[in-house]
Ligand binder design. Sequence first.
Ligand code: PEP
Ligand code: MG
Length: 324
Amino acid sequence: QKQVWAKLKDEPTVTADNEHVELVANIGTPEDVVGVKNNGGEGVGLYRTEFLYMGKTELPTEEEQFEAYKSVLDQMGKDQPVVVRTLDIGGDKELSYLKLPEEMNPFLGFRAIRLCLERDDIFRVQLRALLRASVYGNLKIMFPMIATLDEFRQAKALLLEEKENLKSEGKDVSETIEVGIMVEIPSTAVIARQFAKEVDFFSIGTNDLIQYTMAADRMNERVSYLYQPYHPAILNLVSNVIDAAHAEGKWAGMCGEMAGDSIAIPILLGLGLDEFSMSATSILPARTQLRDLSKKELSSYKEQLLAMSTAEEVEAFIKEKTNQ
Ligand code: PEP
Ligand code: MG
């Protein structure tokens, strides 16, 4: 099995019916890029930048961040996409030096883009570092936990403001940076059509999208039975996001754990997902699996899958169709 995977390391990802999808990796640090390359990743679909901020006593400087982003872009080369997610702190991830008040429901509280828009002093430093690094590769910027169009517009406006600032300081900035959002809050998945007119891409964050849709804490064992990636409600939301992107000529990816799951992969291929971002070690198994799947066949099950009533029904159906 390992040998089959190794052979596919430098091959593109194509399905049995010759459709290409992009298999990219989730990373947390520049050091992780080695693993992405060793496992044949076609890019980075999620760079979680929180680690730059964690395990320290103060905020990372613009220079420190610039070096980290540049390092990832340099290693991936001019063409391979690198999707960097802006700071997603709060929820389960705390920064003691920010001294934020305790909350009753941290996962529903002051986290990610909510914090960044209020503390734009922190956010602007990251945006400047990203913009300066953008000339070294194919950078895409993604905002986490977007719940309203207004949040996206505000975040994008800050990005454009810092871009102008850098240009007036005589610094080079790429003119082709795509700006997208994570879809991990149900409200955003439901009105993806409206978002698709304004964003350049979507990346579906199923780890949180499932938690918020099922109202089941992703860390709580006692309600883990409700954490159901194949629940038809999740599939309907995911499908809505993909269709909305395509209707506006945009692309849709997924960077939650679901993207690397062998039952989910055929479902997502059939729903038309363009980019699958997963842990590096899942890439070659996924590429191997995709070579035996027909996108055309799987798309023909779309309406049937979306109309199913339970996750069990979905799972049994897919297992049978894909001999798992
Ligand atoms: C997600 O929510 O699916 C995601 C990829 O982000 P994180 O796991 O970092 O919350
Ligand atoms: Mg998330």
